[in-house]
Design a protein around this ligand. Structure first.
Ligand code: SF4
Length: 365
């Protein structure tokens, strides 16, 4: 709160930006679809009713920006299997209730397995230090913002009984896949500011060169989003692709080079399935061979869970929602069989999930 925030929430400035955007859209004179790639963007859009300030022809949809939501069921299954095999599984709170094929970590815990919610990678290491007789597996999820601290704890010589089950993900290849999907019609991307604080916005240069679309890095205050949208429409009006940073108070071209070096030292990228979306090349962070001593996959035989999944899961369209081809209201289960207290899909579990956010606001926010 306080003055620092107000500076980025001034309603008068917001109205001026909305007027600019309306004028731009009139000149562009055709529908524009902007995809943002971050749950925090969806939260601020919902909370401040930003969509209602935009012309109808301009849609801002959420893409694959919720790391919990894109964590694949077999990855959850691995964590559940480890918990059921007697390891202590430590994970972030919003992963706890995400359904696997048969159960979530919360279900496993209810049945007696040892599952601990932690707030950071270092808290998971502390858990291993204070419980030297247990194997503590950190089920690590998230984009670069959380991959960096996971890398840092692995570099800091953690105890022998500490290992990592990495489900960390890397967004740019997912943007490429979504941009290429024949059923999507994305004109531009509003890229996530906090991942970019780590990676730097220069990371998107290659994408822009290849796809010739506008990519603008945006922050998380209402005015940040509106500035970002206005900047994107400038590119579109000029008929150009291009890259810009609309969040310069936090993001630089190079990003946090030390954090990026740590990520690169610890992880390599491999192809993997993002839940419900697609197999995405080079978008999953896995531990390098040099860290095999702390790799849960290298250290333990992980017996995949067996059993039939919830038949309702088949109806979940979370993947289409994250690819920008459907909205939560297109899901028959939304708000009925699927609610935050009884989630069918991952998009209803995480605070960054579109379904959860929309549910909180009673429909399209
Ligand atoms: Fe999946 Fe539930 Fe969202 Fe439907 S409302 S898409 S079941 S998470």
């Amino acid at each position: 709160g306080g003055a620092a925030d107000l500076q980025f929430r001034d309603p008068e400035v917001a109205d001026e930006l909305a007027d600019d955007i309306a004028a731009q859209m009139e000149r562009i004179d055709e529908p524009v679809e902007i995809m943002h790639v971050c749950g925090s963007h969806e939260q601020v859009i919902a909370k401040f009713g930003l969509r209602s300030m935009l012309p109808d022809a301009l849609s801002v949809t959420m893409g694959p920006g919720c790391p919990v939501c894109v964590t694949n069921m077999p990855e959850v299954d691995e964590a559940v299997a480890l918990a059921e095999a007697g390891k202590t599984v430590a994970t972030y709170g919003d992963m706890f209730r995400v359904p696997g094929t048969v159960k979530s970590l919360a279900d496993a815990k209810a049945e007696g397995a040892s599952v601990e919610v932690v707030y950071s990678a270092s808290e998971a290491v502390e858990l291993a230090e204070t419980n030297p007789d247990e194997d503590v597996v950190f089920f690590a999820t998230g984009f670069e913002t959380t991959a960096a601290p996971t890398a840092a704890v692995l570099q800091a010589d953690p105890p022998e009984n500490f290992s990592v089950l990495s489900a960390h993900k890397y967004v740019p290849p997912a943007m490429e896949v979504v941009a290429e999907m024949p059923e999507t019609d994305v004109d531009a991307f509003l890229a996530a500011g906090h991942a970019a604080t780590i990676t730097g916005y220069g990371l998107f240069e290659e994408f822009v060169d290849e796809y010739d679309l506008p990519v603008v890095v945006g922050g998380f205050e209402p005015l940040d989003v509106l500035y970002g949208v206005r900047r994107i429409l400038e590119f579109i009006e000029a008929g150009e692709g291009g890259l810009d940073n609309a969040y310069p108070r936090c993001v630089s071209r190079e990003g946090n080079e030390a954090a990026m070096a740590a990520i690169d030292d610890v992880f390599t990228l491999t192809s993997g399935e993002w839940r419900g979306i697609a197999e995405i090349p080079d978008a999953n962070f896995v531990l390098r061979e040099a860290y095999a001593d702390h790799s849960a996959r290298a250290q333990f035989d992980i017996d995949a869970v067996d059993g039939a999944g919830d038949p309702l899961t088949e109806q979940c369209i979370c993947g289409d929602i994250m690819a920008g081809t459907a909205s939560p209201e297109g899901c028959e289960l939304f708000g009925e069989e699927c609610t935050p207290s009884n989630p069918v899909g991952a998009c209803m579990v995480s605070d960054e999930g579109t379904c959860k956010i929309w549910h909180e606001y009673g429909g399209e926010p």
